[in-house]
Design a protein. Structure first.
Lengths: 340, 340
DNA sequence: ATGAAAGCGCTAACAA
DNA sequence: TTGTTAGCGCTTTCAT
């Protein structure tokens, strides 16, 4: 790779001039500029971001940490995050922790050592549980978390009202005549799962339905987790409906329910949360609470970059809207055939 | 973030000594070393990889470019690539191009400017089509591509025998009594798709079945692409089976077939390729050609790092085994109910 | 066993 | 308008 010195030598100017051609072209004479540009092109020169980062602390990189590459919710999120970051001139360093807190710490360390300018952090666990760690980290770099509130920590958050979302979904099921509604709840230690479980009980309460522990199961936030949890419930009781706290969990549950010979929604209705692309590709299609994934990504990147550019921007929690999308999986009647 | 100077000052030694404590501890006196280590710990110091990269050209970063975050084949691939890279002490800079060659070029440029030491490149299109570009790039950094052969270019490749895989799958379908077998083929300009299409015709030829163009459709490598392509075929003819060149395409097709009121495999059998996790979660479960995704990732990283460490390691194509996994979607009989 | 000095590629302050 | 100089944080000779 050619360096700025190669260019300056060939163009017969100082390195400063070359630098200016790239960073403040208006300050350099048109003739000179064109000559330099010519050499730059000929050598296929591009300034090293490493050296640039070294000099001015500006690496133009942000870190993005997610719990799982194979969780399609995050796949979609990443796609938009990357696009927004590029739009702002930043490269996103993406890491997946496999929901392992040790790995998360290691990644954060690796990213810090590479001088990322900000961090978007997605994790199932609450940040409150590692409060000291994040408070210290936030002194170095701006942080934006998603799907959980900042709860007083010095960082920003982007989320939707999960509780309301699941409440609406559950109410919809109740309205369709279901009373024995099971919940596949993720892990209760996850803030988002706590919220969503809260929405479920809210709706039950409002309808005067008692909470039945036999209808509640925790699970990993994976399709397989959903499958197993649904299995455990079906082994002891036959619900009229399942509420899953994420679409991925719902998709696993769907497979389990259908494997058991039950029709969805004929025998058992099913609803999810997130509206991932895949929720349109199940048979039947999945009723779900839509999260505006692209908007979440855009706000996360936007808020982060604002803070990166101006450290004095204050942290804030950005709450976006979610909404129920009713599809076939909670259809009221026994389906004979799915029409398109 | 504290620097090496902060540490050296507090420990009352030179920067050189601090550096040595980290990079060649045996060269420094035990007492001194411990004192320095103490300060390092107290300050929570970690050497800047930026500065390190600046000095020695060793950034300990590799680039990984994939076409699509929401393609679960790549999700699984990334998971393993990242893990292997970390294992070798490297951070993987992951980018998704959305199958856009302009974006791909831009990412490669961004990565080069960040001085990645090597590149793992996954793309649907053949590298041969951008031969000059890659030949030039390969002079700077080692490259490993996946799912296509290197075809004489100065880079390594990791792949399986796609042609054989699809041939086996198609033969399996023929053996089950299908003769009108449709293919959802990806884009014919993609080398992997050409290979797989070849395997399909191989099997037809071997069985004396004539190729019927009405049974052939190209499509994007997405579930939606599979859905639409299956739809186009079903609009003109009713096949006894579908062969999809990837599981994702198969999953879209499955949805389309079932939406049309056909039973799988009762009315129409279906097979895919890749054995992504999701192929186990459809109803019915998907017959598919397993790609050893983890092994592909491991070999890709392994070969790349070998070359990074020693530029003289010669490029090679590593061909791994794939194998047919028969599941319910090509079951011979009309299913009444799926048992687990 | 330890340190001083140079230099990686760049940009910013200052000078001309 | 252009150039000179210094320095970002580190590693690596070369001395001591």
């Amino acid at each position: 790779m050619p360096t700025i010195s190669d260019v300056s030598r060939l163009a017969g100017v100082s390195k400063t001039t070359v630098s200016r051609v790239l960073n403040a072209p208006e300050l350099v004479n048109r003739k000179t500029r064109e000559r330099v540009l010519g050499v730059i092109k000929k050598l296929d020169y591009a300034p090293s971001m490493i050296a640039r980062g070294m000099r001015g602390q500006k690496t133009r990189m942000i870190g993005v940490i997610i719990p799982d590459f194979t969780n399609l919710y995050y796949s979609e999120f990443l796609k938009h995050v990357e696009e927004c970051a590029i739009g702002e001139g930043y490269l996103a360093l993406i890491c997946s922790t496999e929901a392992n807190r040790e790995k998360e710490k290691e990644f954060i360390e690796m990213l810090r050592r590479r001088q990322i300018e900000g961090l978007i952090l997605c994790r199932y666990e609450g940040v409150k549980e590692d409060e000291d760690f994040f408070v210290r980290l936030a002194r170095d770099i701006p942080i934006v978390i998603t799907d959980q509130a900042s709860r007083g920590l010095p960082l920003s958050a982007v989320l939707t009202d999960s509780r309301k979302g699941i409440r609406t979904l559950t109410a919809h099921l109740i309205e369709r005549g279901c009373r024995k509604i099971a919940i596949l709840g993720g892990r209760r230690i996850y803030p988002f799962a706590v919220e969503r479980f809260g929405g479920y009980t809210d709706a039950l309460n409002a309808a005067g339905i008692a909470l039945d522990e036999r209808l509640c199961e925790e699970c990993d936030c994976t399709a397989d987790g959903g499958y197993r949890a649904a299995e455990r419930i079906l082994n002891r009781v036959l619900p009229e409906a399942f509420v899953a706290v994420t679409d991925l969990i719902a998709i696993g549950a769907l497979r389990c329910i259908q494997s058991g010979g039950y029709a969805v929604p004929g025998d058992i209705a099913l609803g999810g949360f997130d509206n991932i692309l895949l929720s349109l590709l199940t048979s039947p299609r999945l009723t779900t609470v839509e999260q505006p994934i692209e908007e979440i990504a855009r706000e996360a990147v936007g808020q982060l970059i604002r803070k990166v550019r101006n450290k004095r921007v204050r942290n804030r929690d950005i709450v976006l809207e979610n909404r129920l999308i009713v599809r076939e999986s909670t259809g009221a009647v026994k389906r004979e055939k799915v029409l398109d």
